[in-house]
Design a protein around this ligand. Structure first.
Ligand SMILES: Cc1ncc(COP(=O)(O)O)c(C=O)c1O
Ligand SMILES: N[C@@H](CCSC[C@H](N)C(=O)O)C(=O)O
Length: 433
């Protein structure tokens, strides 16, 4: 290993990544991806000295050096750890990226990205975003002298008016959480880069995972996601993943991770690696269940938001970018009390924040995951108080539908007649009696 490579590895370069060679064009196939994604998720080569099938957990803080001048590949786990490196290489392959970095949570990933910003910089972000993302952006605007424009990014033309030479970051989520709006990544990336080639387009891919969508292939500069969700799949760890193709950018992000100490722990790296291997089968079942449940709710008369449904207004756009619809859907009842009763009447569906896990969850975003967005802003952004979000797991689908049906009946959300069950249109003034 050259001195420069070693310096890079041990985090001795400054945040501007000086002395680094220019980013090479992505190799073909990128990072040695040879098989279908479902195979690549499982297939790993890690060169462990004992050929262990599962990469061992290097549960150590520090590494003995071969000389007084250092000289070993790893020196300290904050700077680098073999279990974390193995995971990062594996994810880089899955994410079609030249570099992947893993940190302690999805929000830590966004925090690391936000440290690319300088006072006076401008950020363009969607108006429907995970509550925590909104909270961090608000903090940056009130404490970091950063101008944040929240706009409806479902129309790329809306973005045009906001890109200028101060624009440093365009932050997109698609599908959005929780309104399941679709954002045109290629058009926005093209437009933003045309107006300001230095603007970075970052896509939060948490709602789909790299199995279903690769923002880097769609023109984004950065993709990040909460590994807490689909990638791990069991709600037993917190993690964040960042991936880029530009190695200089990757080095800047690595600098912050090493400097601030938010790199993923060896044990969580190992757990996440284990989770990633089953992403393919989990997602297949979760999506199949989600599609049936979305159809059941739509057939019952609810307004359902799910990109697997033909009725989704941006169905074609979604499928032009993604390979699947994911397993998060939301629907409205038109009545906050009724929504609350449905959530509380469900038995199999745990009342819980988060998504992407093997077990199914139900929640009211405005009370839970998005409670940090104040009521006024929620109203301005059309985030309905009665919105229910379903995060579908791998259980038997009939059980899930039966449980939901029972909850809808108990909550008085539906009218039962010889013709079947119909959603009551509370928004139009209809009542049960
Ligand atoms: C879309 C989205 N991005 C980012 C995050 C943050 O991830 P984490 O909870 O792992 O910090 C979440 C949820 O928390 C999310 O839903
Ligand atoms: N109390 C937490 C809420 C986390 S929400 C987790 C997830 N992103 C979701 O959408 O359910 C907080 O304040 O961040």
């Amino acid at each position: 290993m050259s001195a420069e490579e070693l310096g890079k590895k041990l985090g001795k370069l400054d945040i501007d990544g000086n002395n680094l060679p220019p980013s090479p064009a992505p190799s073909t196939p990128r990072n040695g991806k040879r098989y279908a994604l479902a195979t690549e998720l499982v297939y790993t080569e890690h060169g462990d000295q004992y050929n262990a099938s599962s990469m061992p957990i290097y549960q150590t803080a520090t590494f003995k050096q071969t000389s007084g001048a250092g000289g070993s590949e790893y020196d300290y786990t904050r700077s680098g750890n073999p279990t974390r490196s193995h995971l990062e290489k594996h994810l880089a392959k899955i994410m079609s990226a030249n570099r992947c970095l893993t940190v302690s949570s999805g929000m830590a990933a966004m925090d690391v990205i936000s440290r690319l910003l300088r006072p006076g910089d401008e950020v363009i972000a969607g108006d429907d975003l995970y509550g925590g993302t909104n909270r961090l952006l608000k903090y940056l605007s009130t404490h970091g002298d950063i101008v944040v424009h929240h706009i409806d990014t479902t129309n790329p033309e809306n973005v045009r008016g906001y890109v200028n030479d101060k624009t440093k970051l365009v932050l997109l989520e698609t599908p959005t959480n929780p309104l399941i709006k679709i954002v045109d990544i290629p058009s926005i990336a093209r437009l933003a880069h045309e107006i300001n080639p230095n603007a970075l387009v970052a896509v939060d891919n948490t709602m789909l995972s790299p199995l279903l969508q690769n923002p880097l292939d769609l023109g984004a500069d950065i993709t990040y996601e909460s590994g807490t969700k689909y990638l791990s799949g069991h709600h037993d760890l917190m993690a964040g993943v960042i991936a880029v193709n530009n190695l200089q950018l990757g080095e800047k992000l690595y600098f912050t991770i090493n400097a601030s100490g938010c790199g993923l722990s060896p044990f969580d790296s190992w757990l996440l690696m284990r989770g990633v291997k089953t992403l393919g089968v989990r997602m297949e079942k979760q999506q199949a269940n989600a599609m049936r449940i979305a159809t059941f709710l739509e057939d019952t008369g609810f307004r359902v938001r799910y990109p697997g449904l033909r009725s989704h207004p941006q169905y074609d756009l979604h499928w032009s970018m993604a390979r699947g619809a994911g397993a998060v859907l939301s629907f409205e009842t038109g009545n906050v009390d009724v929504s609350e009763k449905i959530v509380e009447a469900a038995r199999l569906w745990a009342i819980s924040v988060s998504f992407g896990c093997v077990n199914s969850l139900i929640s009211m975003p405005t009370r839970m995951s998005h409670a940090s967005i104040d009521a006024k802003t929620r109203k301005e952004r059309n985030l309905a108080e009665d919105l229910i979000r379903l995060c579908v797991g791998i259980e038997d689908c009939e059980d899930l539908i039966d449980d939901l049906r029972t909850a809808l009946v108990k909550a008085g959300a539906v009218r039962i007649s010889p013709d079947g069950m119909r959603a009551i249109d509370f928004a139009a003034g209809e009542t049960l009696l």
